[in-house]
Design a protein around this ligand. Structure first.
Ligand code: SF4
Length: 390
């Protein structure tokens, strides 16, 4: 055995992420690998699906014999795929991978791309969970966010999602330019009127490499105003019977996102498609990969048999922070055995940081479970930073 090498006694559950890189228009706050389709005419759907299949075929030796417990088709705007295109994608996945019969299969969708028939066909092809990027139901806020849809389209999308899918999520944002607490309340109450099994509620952030970072929008709510919105949201959602199980995620009982939970539990995922990230465990190493980001380059490379732009091993020195970065996002933290199983390390590797976090009131700890306290959840970055490598 080489000193400092990873040694895992069991491999974690494996998920599949499929990235679709195009949108009708690039939103000014978006830092995802999404590209406005400027090619004119139809998207190169078949060529992209060919590239995804080739990419997956090349990746198979890395996950040989492992079952897939969830699939997430994200973007970008994958609901721009035709019903036949999505059907072909799922048929390819089923032909090449052992999908667990109970696998959660999520498709991301944006209002403005909603046609009721197409979404019924998506469901019939095997999508069993829809995640809709609503963001707001207010025309003015949607305009300020640069979205292609208005309030009416947002309502139509939520309505079609609720009528077509038993399991669905609505993505909403708050602390928007010019937004008051009352306007935030109206948005969340409207979202709740569709009885979504899951709601993701994100604070608007100005990420580097976005237009909003370069030209910040006017009239953003200040810290106190956005904290008031967060407090109101937490109380409203809990009162409506949702579990606030992760920083931005709220679910009805038994409706947590299986796919995202696997990320937060430091599970494995294979990501295919332009710019997709993977984290894959082997008995003696844990590897991160990134595919080529530009869709045209990705398609070319995938068809030539080499879609991977970067590949690195996570060293044992970095594993505690990588684990904590994810696991501490969960309100109920993690069982001790999971840290040991997913990193191959013992608890002694993080004992000083754990003690420090408990002493500062950021973490609670029993012999079985470690979880952020309410203070730790509020100052999550500070808590996670305690686990940075020395
Ligand atoms: S629709 Fe979503 S993925 Fe596309 S640019 Fe806007 S925020 Fe980004």
């Amino acid at each position: 055995m080489t000193p400092g090498r990873v040694r895992l006694t069991a491999l974690p559950p494996l998920s599949l992420y499929v990235h679709f890189p195009w949108c009708v228009r690039k939103c000014p706050y978006c830092d995802f690998n999404s590209h406005e389709w400027t090619g004119g005419g139809a998207l190169p759907e078949q060529a992209y699906l060919d590239a995804l299949r080739a990419d997956l075929e090349q990746a198979l030796p890395l996950i040989w014999g492992r079952r897939i417990y969830s699939v997430f088709i994200g973007g970008g705007t994958p609901s721009l795929l035709s019903a036949a295109g999505l059907d072909r994608l799922l048929a390819d996945l089923r032909a090449l991978l052992p999908l667990d019969p109970t696998a959660e299969i999520t498709l991301e969708a944006n209002p403005g791309t909603f046609e009721a028939d197409k979404f019924a066909q998506f469901r019939d092809s095997g999508v069993n969970r829809l995640s809709v990027g609503i963001q707001s139901f207010d025309d003015g806020h949607l305009k300020a966010l640069g979205r292609i849809h208005g309030g009416d389209e947002a309502r139509t999308a939520a309505d079609i999602a609720a009528r077509t899918f038993e399991n669905f999520n609505l993505d909403m944002m708050f602390a928007l330019p010019g937004q008051t607490l009352d306007a935030c309340r109206r948005d969340i109450d409207t979202a709740l009127s569709y009885a979504p099994p899951h709601l993701s509620l994100y604070h608007l952030t100005l990420e580097p490499n976005t237009l909003f970072h370069k030209f910040p929008p006017q009239a953003l709510p200040d810290e106190d105003a956005s904290a008031d919105m967060q407090d109101w949201i937490d109380a409203r959602m809990t009162g409506a019977g949702y579990e606030h199980y992760e920083v931005s995620a709220f679910a009805r009982p038994k409706r947590r996102s299986a796919h995202n939970t696997n990320y937060w539990e430091f599970g494995d995922y294979l990501g295919i498609g332009a710019g997709a990230h993977s984290k894959l465990s082997f008995p003696e190493r844990i590897v991160r990969q990134m595919r080529y980001k530009q869709p045209a380059t990705y398609m070319q490379q995938a068809l030539a048999g080499d879609a991977i732009q970067e590949s690195n091993e996570i060293g044992t020195r970095d594993l505690p922070f990588e684990f904590m970065l994810n696991a501490l996002r969960l309100s109920d933290g993690f069982p001790v055995y999971r840290f040991i199983e997913r990193t191959g390390l013992t608890m002694t590797a993080i004992e000083p940081a754990l003690r420090d976090a408990v002493a500062r009131g950021l973490l609670s700890r029993t012999h079985e479970r470690i979880a952020p306290t309410p203070l730790g959840r509020r100052f999550l970055n500070d808590l996670q930073a305690l686990f940075l490598p020395p």
